[in-house]
Structures are given as structure tokens and as C-alpha cells.
Write a protein that binds this ligand. Sequence first.
Ligand code: PTJ
Length: 245
Amino acid sequence: MIPKSHPRYESLLLRDKMVKASKEGYLADSAMIAHGRGEAFDYLIGEKTTYPAKRAMYVAVAALLLSNNPVISVNGNATALAINEIIELAESVGAKIEINLFYRTDERVKIITQLYKNQGYKDILGTLDDDIEYLNDIKNNRATASKTGIYSADTILIPLEDGDRAEILKKSGKNILTIDLNPLSRTSKMSDVSIMDNIVRAIPFMTKIAEDLKTQDKKVLIELVNEFDNEENLKESLEQIKLKE
Ligand code: PTJ
């Protein structure tokens, strides 16, 4: 038990979730390394949601609401840190959820499928019995996608995605939204909308934004998306990283 008074309480709580998930056998071998890199960036932005991240979140939610077939892609880390929040966001914006693993094994897919079902979410895609296609005709695990999900999606939210998969998804012509604490990552640079924030803060905040944007005129959402410049926003995100006290 971590005492609430501990100065690193929130951070330790997330580590605890990762350790538990690792013991349950559904994390990639390198999941902890990815988490540690995220922690380091989070530390440098003061573990707070920055203004450019908020701006990107509004745009990402608008894009999800405007899409015909939006999908939220989930991997081991995202599931360990924010399973319930992801389900809530998906339900709020009308997006599907697809298991999309960089290090895909049947065993990991099976466990993650069950975790979503245990939370009452029955429509999870990318499962072992799903109809799987290959994006851009690339016949390897990096390019697998559910026929009714990522394969036919127009917009995909990819939290904590590896650069290789982000590139394959981008090349297949999709609108790519990412949540990645590293504004210098290939994924962040390649995406249409990059949210430099911790998934545990970003996802619930996006659900709140969705409740607001759903009441707005479609024109407002289109304007939000059209006026956004990801490169400029990433530059501003980078400026939020503080190397001095
Ligand atoms: O479950 P799998 O097999 O799909 O594998 C998942 C990982 C995350 C291991 C895989 O996709 C991977 O290797 O990713 P990378 O290349 O390490 O990229 C993950 C990115 O997410 C890095 O840029 C991290 O800084 C960032 N990141 C880590 N933790 C968080 C985060 N971004 C937002 N919130 C976090 N909590």
C-alpha cells in the first residue's frame, strides 16, 4: 500500500498498475521501458496537462466526433493504465475499441480481450476470432487490423504507439491522433494531432471535452480541426519542457 501522503503518490500508483499488469501477463517485455520514458517526459512538464495539450485534445475530440468510423487503438500499456477511461471515451464519442499490439501474441490478445469483457465492454475488436486484414498489403504483424475497425476506420486514436505502426497507419491514409508524452517521437511528428500528455490525464479530460463539443454546431468542430497546425503545436509543446527549476 502506498501512503497517500507520499510526494510521488500518483506516479507510484501508476507503477503499481504496470507491475500488476506485468504479473497478469499482458504487457510487452519492453512495456516498463516505454513507461519509464513516459515518466521522464511527464516529470519535465511538471506532471500537468499543458495548454498546447489541451488545445490538441479539443481538436482530437472534434475529429473523433466528425468521423464516420473512429477507432481507439489499445495496447498493453494503455489497457493497464486507463481501461475504464478508454471505454468511457469510446462510448462518449461513438468510437470502436481495437486491440492493436506491437508485440502481438495470442496469449496477450486473449488476456486483454477478457479484461475489456470483464468491464462490460463486449464489442472489443482485434480479438483472436476477429476478421483480420493487412494494411497497405504489408503481410506482417505490424500491419494487422480488424476489417470493421482500424482497417476501415477514417480516424484512429493511437495512445502510446510505436513509430513503425504509426507510420503504417499514416501511410494507409487515416487521420491519426496520438497521445504521447514525447513530442519528439516519430509517432508525435507523423500524426495529424499529437497530444503531449499522460494518457491517465488526457483520456478523462477528452471525455469531458466530448460532452461539451457534442452540444456545439458541426461548423464549430470543423473550424477547430481546420485551424489546427500540429507542427506549430508540437513546437509549443516542446517549449513546455522545463530543464531548470
Ligand atoms: O502492448 P504493445 O505490444 O503494443 O507494446 C506497447 C509499447 C508501448 C511497449 C510499444 O508500443 C512501444 O514500444 O512503444 P514506444 O516506441 O516505446 O513508444 C511509446 C511512447 O509512449 C513513448 O514515446 C513514451 O514516451 C510514451 N509514453 C509512455 N508512457 C506514456 C506515454 N505517453 C502518454 N502517457 C503515458 N503514460
